[in-house]
Design a protein around this ligand. Structure first.
Ligand code: ADP
Ligand code: ASP
Ligand code: MG
Length: 811
């Protein structure tokens, strides 16, 4: 014999009800079918009763809605036939209406009336299901599911119920029939009044019957494919756990995994009756099974659950350690008032104890404890009781966490890296559950980051904010869009672009922006300024966030600090921060390190060429950089390589701008400013303390060209063409070429235009190529040479992309 239970959504409408019929009727052997009220009806009945209590006449229309919903279902499932079990429904409706009218007239809703009202949900749904299933017999749980009141709470009267269930189902096992039982509802052993097993209690009804009748198995049919690694409504990447142990399931359900009502596991556990979780909407899915032993194949962490309505109450005092029996007094007073404590943390100094309680009883708990320790608080041996609202509690659960070193370390380090601090935590010697308390606003992020890092998800995720959609940002979005699928398949890396912003507009979506239409999405986005951009990025509070700066804006660069503080990594094509005042650069790097996030800016020098990474690798392995000579202005190289008899200087500058090789204002390149920034960045990464003012810059264009408005600059530029042509001819005759070189040597830093003869490694340097010569302790006689494309939107975007991917390796 089997017991199967269908939840509210499974019986809530005609479509799934047809599946219910097929599932139930296809079984051999006898079957007990436990049903919930139609989805949402319990809530609606309660709402209706409360409205009636308050004298709100709209309870009548709510009641009519309930009635209509049932009648519609009867007509679509049973063709409107009102024979058999459903014949009682109209009478029940009348009874319910009379009860509601009574509540409205008297203006009171005693708990027993509420229980009576709410019981109609299951009483009616079960009649529809019984009428629908061929040969089904309706059983009445009001005669065999019994409750008692203990310390003011309604509890199952286990012994009584077991014997009554056995009696009610005597001989049923051999009947090969189908019994339909309304879930959730019960009666009080002493008074006989209608009660219930608590919200979600239909699971409990099913489990009680399964245990009393020694069923082969219990099946819980619901609206998800099984018991998932985390709440699927929060974690999109959660997936079904094939097998889990009772202990694991209890830890998860007790703590927010709504898929089973926690007490429902107690009756079947001692009898080792397996519990299957199945999806009525997808019956062929394998589902999950809960049994005594967990599968040897499961991971260390089986699942994560959470609650978001937690409070911490802290009882403390310097001399508390000397007072005998503080803990027992705390727990006694709370227990007497039916307040349950779900988490306890006490430091070994015994000077404080923090208790996790649900929000709805926190104020009462605080009051009771203040009263209990009134004397100690007034004489100063204990401090006033503290209460901390607005918290969430998360539990990670797994049988195999036991004796598996490093789980807690990993857990807390990934949370720390994402800027989430732990307010309290608890782990018992069973090592099956680590629970911790955090600010409620961090809950979604915490769940995602834990899910991601314990490889519960199939994918690792990075959530990207792309700021700046000029040539580099635009190319980057194109490259991400083209590579996403491949990265997902081959690297299990999921890149979500969760924000795109340009100077005054941005679009944000935590589920990811569809990159095929990002321009339209951005056009429809909202107005932004740097401060609101910062608030938006930080406020979204998404795990594994990376802010990608493809702007040249100092205002955007000034946001990095706040991003690091909030656990957000930064990848910058923008050179401003790394070349800013040394103290700022050093502080940013130190802060990123302290927060466990990344600050990467490889493309600041040589676009996609691996220059900064190489310098870091050399230094990390103990080498010392002695000298750097570098041609790192793709723009200036392009200009001097393009300059010819036919193309005058002014035109080369224009071409550099038009082809995307120069900064938006090419004077940043011509003045050497861009090279100075790059040199400062290289020098700093090589271990030198240097600022832009320390660099000796030799200008090759008169100063007045830099002090005028940009339009005037363009106008005046052709005036330099003749002089450049003269010099160009001289160089050509001498077999020399111009290169704008950055030098770091013997504590001196310089940039300037130099001439190189044929044969020098700087002589042949095509187009916008860059070249860097690194002389180090190890690479002394033959310096290391890095050469290649050093400018251009696509290689720069590719370099930014590479920085982004490298973050995935640490996240
Ligand atoms: P029913 O009405 O069938 O009893 P419930 O709504 O009580 O269904 O429980 C199923 C719901 O539990 C799912 O729709 C899902 O949103 C939620 N849920 C929360 N945590 C989990 C989890 N870890 N695994 C599966 N479902 C979960
Ligand atoms: N109908 C009840 C509720 O909504 C019981 C259940 O669905 O399990 O809580
Ligand atoms: Mg349920």
């Amino acid at each position: 014999m089997k017991v199967i239970k269908f939840g509210g959504t499974s019986v809530g409408s005609a479509g799934p009800l047809r599946n219910v019929k097929e599932i139930a009727e296809s079984r051999d052997g006898s079957l007990v079918v436990v049903v919930s009220a139609l989805g949402g009806v319990t809530d609606t009945l309660l709402e209706c009763a409360r409205k009636a209590e308050k004298g709100d006449e709209s309870y009548k229309s709510v009641f009519e809605g309930i009635k209509e919903r049932h009648l519609n279902l009867i007509s679509s499932i049973l063709g409107g036939s009102c024979d058999g079990p459903v014949s009682e429904i109209p009478g029940m409706m009348k009874e319910l209406e009379t009860l509601l009218d009574g509540v409205s007239t008297l203006g009171v809703l005693p708990p027993k009336t509420a229980a009576q009202i709410v019981s109609f949900g299951e009483r009616m749904s079960s009649r529809i299901v019984a009428a629908m299933l061929d040969g089904a017999v309706l059983f009445d749980p009001l005669t065999f599911i019994k409750t008692r009141v203990v310390e003011g709470r309604t509890m199952l009267d286990g012994e009584k119920t077991e014997s009554l269930v056995k009696k009610a189902f005597e001989g049923f096992d051999k009947s090969h029939g189908i019994a339909v039982v309304p879930g959730f509802i019960s009666t009080d052993t002493l008074s006989g009044e209608i009660t219930n097993l608590g919200r979600g209690g239909s699971d409990y009804t099913a489990s009680i019957i399964a245990a009393a009748l020694d069923a082969e198995s219990l099946e819980i049919w619901t609206d998800v494919d099984g018991f998932m690694t985390a709440d699927p409504r929060i974690i999109k990447t959660s997936y079904v756990i094939d097998e889990l142990s009772f202990a694991e399931a209890m830890e998860l359900c007790n703590f927010g995994a709504k898929v089973i009502y926690p007490p429902a596991l107690y009756p079947v556990y001692p009898k080792d009756i397996p519990v299957h979780i199945k999806n009525t909407f997808n019956p062929s899915a394998k589902g999950s099974v809960i049994r005594r032993e967990s599968s040897p194949l499961t991971r260390a962490v089986t699942g994560i659950s959470s609650i978001d309505n937690a409070c911490l109450i802290t009882v403390s005092g310097a001399s508390m350690a000397g007072i005998i029996g503080v803990d027992s007094r705390i727990f006694n007073v709370l227990a007497h008032h039916g307040i349950s404590v779900f988490l306890v943390c006490q430091s070994s100094s015994e000077t404080n104890i923090s208790l996790g309680v649900m929000e709805d009883c926190a104020d009462l708990a605080c009051e009771l404890l203040e009263k209990e320790f009134e004397h100690e608080i007034s004489e100063g041996s204990m401090s006033p009781v503290q209460i901390h609202h607005g918290l969430a509690t998360v539990a990670i659960v797994g049988e195999k966490m036991k004796r598996n070193a490093g789980i807690a370390g990993k857990l807390f380090s990934v949370l720390g890296r994402n800027g989430i601090s732990i307010i309290a935590c608890a782990q018992g010697t069973e090592e099956r559950n680590i629970s911790f308390v955090i600010e409620k606003k961090h809950l979604r992020k915490a769940l995602n980051v834990i899910h991601d890092s314990f490889f519960l998800s199939v994918y690792q995720e990075l959530n990207l904010f792309i700021c700046g959609i000029g040539t580099v940002g635009g190319q980057l979005l194109g490259q991400i869009s083209a590579q996403r699928e491949k990265l997902m398949k081959e690297r299990n890396l999921k890149l979500n672009v969760v924000g795109i912003a340009r100077s005054n507009r941005g679009v944000f979506d935590r589920d990811g922006i569809d990159l095929s239409g990002w321009r339209e999405a951005l056009a429809g986005g909202r107005e932004l300024n740097p401060a609101t951009l910062r608030d938006e990025v930080i406020g979204m509070n998404i795990f594994n966030s990376v802010f990608v700066d493809c702007t040249a804006s100092s205002e955007v660069a000034s946001l990095y600090k706040d991003f690091f503080e909030h656990g957000i990594s930064v990848v910058a094509a923008n050179k401003i921060a790394a070349s800013s005042e040394y103290g700022n650069y050093a502080a940013l790097k130190a802060l990123a390190r302290k927060r466990g996030v990344k600050y990467l800016f490889e493309t600041n020098v040589g676009a996609g060429l691996p220059i900064i990474n190489t310098i870091n690798a050399l230094r990390n392995s103990g080498d010392k950089i002695q000298k750097i000579e570098a041609v790192v202005s793709g723009t200036l190289n392009f200009i001097f390589n393009t300059l010819s008899e036919d193309i005058p200087f002014s035109q080369t500058v224009r071409m550099a701008k038009e082809q995307g090789f120069s900064e938006p204002d090419p004077r940043i390149d011509l003045s050497g400013k861009d090279v100075i920034r790059k040199l400062v960045i290289l020098a700093r990464e090589a271990g030198f303390v240097v600022n832009q003012e320390d660099v000796d810059a030799r200008l090759f264009i008169p100063k007045e060209f830099f002090d005028c408005p940009i339009e005037e600059f363009w106008e005046k530029l052709p005036g330099l063409d003749a002089a450049f042509e003269k010099e160009r001819r001289r160089l050509a005759a001498e077999h020399k070429r111009w290169r704008f070189v950055a030098r770091i040597e013997d504590g001196k830093y310089s940039v300037g235009l130099d001439e190189f003869v044929e044969g020098h490694s700087f002589y042949v340097l095509e187009g916008s190529n860059n070249i860097v010569l690194l002389t180090t302790e190890r690479y002394h006689e033959h310096p290391m040479l890095i050469q290649g494309y050093g400018a251009g939107a696509s290689v720069t975007a590719a370099g930014v992309f590479a920085d982004i991917i490298s973050i995935a390796n640490i996240a």
